[in-house]
Write a protein that binds this ligand. Structure first.
Ligand code: BF8
Length: 648
């Protein structure tokens, strides 16, 4: 489909994407062209009703006061469908977390080629939180026990997942009071699938309570374990400078794109890509070097620890191939468009799948196993170099790139605020209490081809920092604002005076990149630490903080939004279709109902300015409740007056 040039800026805010669309043959199909011709199915909207396809008497499309053949009401169906989405999202994050725990066990046994434990203090902290006795044990023994305990959090039949204990005591009481504390990760996902099977749980609120329990098993379970273990094996991030966007591809080097979500193979590829023998191998094929770059959350993982350039987020993946400069794209799991298989046939790019869980027609499968990581990484790099001479088309790399600073973990935030000997969240709490920081807003999640690419992420981030809200980001949202050039300390120029004063003092950007989507668990940890630091209430629901997923598309985002709401945080989602639009009862349960029970809620908006206004109101109400809503003027010491007084 041929698009009008004027349309490009309404398709993406990213100049590099517009450049690619403008310079691509009209017969190339992309997610952007397909979004023009394939309209979303209206089922699910208030006017069209909702669809239940959980048994073969249907699918039943239910509207108004009608029911399905079995009598299922609109609210039951809406709650069931949402619960299944949440279970799928929680499964995706958690299965990734499980693989990290498995990897830790193998690394402890010396059976994970190319891997060893890099962050021992973090391992000891996780071991303590999992209740492991570390006395008289080697680091490998502790790692083995930690991995085993982490794995038991997935499959145990009794008790509850261990890391719930990281939440403030009051929050844990709320989860116990409403019986939503997850017993284990797999059990909650299985039970959600059971309860939403035909003729089982028919009470919308009860179904959504189970959805909450499942989402909590993701945020405080699978994702949190995934983040911690990734830090243990590959290092806890510290701030680093890097660059982003398609302009980071190099015309005269072998370009390898790592894409997906699992960090393991990609971390090894990035780490060894500058080894002499590999660089010489590439030189022998006519290339000046080996350039490893990333897309989506694999990119975020290796950016956070090695400074590898993210050349784009979810909607950039096809564009990277279309530059004609990518020798090889290696993908693992999640958010990988099937269109890549067909698209790579038109270019010289080799598409390599590496996970046994995700094969793609048209791709070469080179399977990653923990025992072959290093060997496979070498083979992949050499396969890319072998392909350098096969570039078919004229290379078209947009000259678009931006600087960024990433790599903020909760450990580093404590350190940067208090220094090595007095690390603490105190200065952050004080900044919030005295009003220099009005609140913390997490702007996270995907891109969605139904919304102008990156537009809402960038708009909201700029509007919030202007008003003195500290913005924290993960996932594709983080890559969006990085590409926009506002994830640098210099972006403090765009921040309000209060936030700017803190950014200046600490030397940080007003927007903090906290990592991949699994790393949303870092936000839970940071929020818990802020509460424990004192002065901002006793529970996560007291904090002047909120979460937004302005361009969401993945089921994983629904799980994230739900675990934040169930942790006491106000969450806003934008975009259409809204999955529960047709049921007023379900929308009420997720707003008023969850607010009453959990102190947080998940609300849907079609309009981005409504989100901005609502989030500001919610945070200002929290400030009022904490009695910190009056902005205190900071009085600077008058040294001359002080000297005069001392002389009197
Ligand atoms: O896990 S933000 S599009 S890449 S789902 Fe996917 Fe969404 Fe991007 Fe990372 Ni998260």
């Amino acid at each position: 489909m041929v698009m009008d040039k004027k349309e490009f800026t309404s398709i993406s805010e990213d100049e590099a994407i517009c450049h690619m669309l403008e310079n691509t043959d009209a017969d190339i199909s992309t997610v952007f062209t397909r979004s023009q011709t394939l309209k979303p199915c209206p089922i699910g909207s208030a006017a069209s009703g909702i669809c239940c396809k959980n048994c073969a008497m249907g699918p039943c499309r239910v509207r108004d006061d009608k029911t399905g053949l079995c009598g299922a009401t609109l609210s039951t169906i809406a709650a069931r469908n949402l619960a299944r989405h949440i279970a799928a999202g929680a499964a995706a994050h958690s299965d990734h977390g499980r693989d990290m725990a498995h990897l830790l066990a193998l690394a402890a046994d010396g059976k994970a080629e190319g891997l060893k434990i890099k962050d021992e203090p973090k391992l000891l902290r996780l071991a303590a939180d999992l209740g492991i006795d570390i006395n008289n044990k080697s680091i490998e023994e502790v790692a083995k026990l930690t991995a085993e305990k982490a794995l038991s959090n997935f499959g145990q039949q009794h008790g509850e997942i261990d890391l719930l204990k990281r939440a403030p005591a009051k929050r844990q009481d709320i989860w116990h009071k409403y019986n939503v504390a997850p017993r284990s990760i797999d059990r909650e996902i299985v039970e959600t699938m059971h309860r939403t099977n035909m003729g089982v749980d028919q009470d919308a609120e009860n179904i959504l309570d189970q959805a909450v329990r499942t989402a909590l098993s993701d945020g405080w379970g699978g994702s949190m374990l995934g983040t911690d273990i990734t830090d243990i094996l590959f290092n806890t991030p510290v701030p680093l400078a890097a660059k982003t966007n398609l302009g980071m591809l190099k015309a005269d080097e072998v370009n390898i794109v790592i894409h997906g979500h699992e960090p393991t193979l990609s971390e090894i590829i990035a780490e060894i890509s500058d080894e002499k023998d590999l660089v010489e191998y590439a030189a022998g094929k006519g290339a000046k070097g080996i350039n490893v770059v990333g897309i989506c959350c694999t990119a975020n993982e290796v950016l956070m620890r090695q400074g590898v350039a993210p050349i784009g987020n979810f909607l950039s993946q096809e564009m990277a191939i279309m530059t004609g400069a990518v020798e090889l794209m290696v993908v693992d799991i999640q958010c990988i468009m099937q269109s890549l298989g067909e698209l790579t046939k038109k270019y010289h790019t080799k598409l390599v799948t590496s996970s046994p869980k995700a094969k793609i027609p048209g791709a070469i499968h080179m399977e990653f196993k923990e025992v072959n990581g290093l060997t496979l990484a070498r083979e992949i790099i050499k396969a890319a170099a072998d392909n350098f001479a096969n570039r078919k088309t004229k290379v078209c790399i947009p000259e678009v790139k931006s600087d960024l600073v990433a790599g903020f973990s909760h450990e580093y935030i404590r350190y940067m605020l208090g220094g090595k000997f007095r690390e603490s969240f105190r200065p952050l709490n004080d900044g919030i209490i005295d009003g220099r920081i009005q609140g913390i807003v997490a702007i996270v999640g995907c891109n969605n081809a139904r919304i102008t690419h990156d537009k809402y992420h960038n708009y909201l981030a700029k509007e919030f920092i202007k008003r003195d809200y500290l913005v924290v980001q993960t996932g594709c949202g983080a890559i969006s604002t990085a590409k926009c050039g506002i994830m640098t300390p210099e972006a403090m120029e765009e921040a309000g005076d209060g936030l700017r004063s803190i950014c200046e003092a600490v030397g940080i950007p007003p927007i903090l990149h906290l990592g991949s989507c699994v790393d949303n668990s870092r936000i839970l940890t940071i929020a818990s630490e802020i509460v424990k630091e004192g002065g901002l209430g006793e529970d996560l629901s007291d904090l002047p903080a909120a979460g937004i997923a302005p361009e969401w598309m993945s089921e994983k985002a629904l799980s994230i939004g739900t675990y934040f709401a169930a942790s006491g945080v106000y969450v806003a989602f934008s975009g259409e279709p809204i999955p529960v639009e047709s049921s007023e009862e379900v929308k009420r349960i997720m707003t008023e109902g969850w607010r009453t029970k959990f102190g947080g809620e998940l609300e849907w908006f079609a309009d981005i300015d409504q989100i901005l206004e609502k989030v500001i109101n919610v945070i200002q109400e929290k400030r009022k409740a904490l009695k910190i809503d009056v902005k205190k003027e900071r009085v600077l010491m008058d040294m001359e007056a002080r000297r005069t007084m001392q002389n009197v």
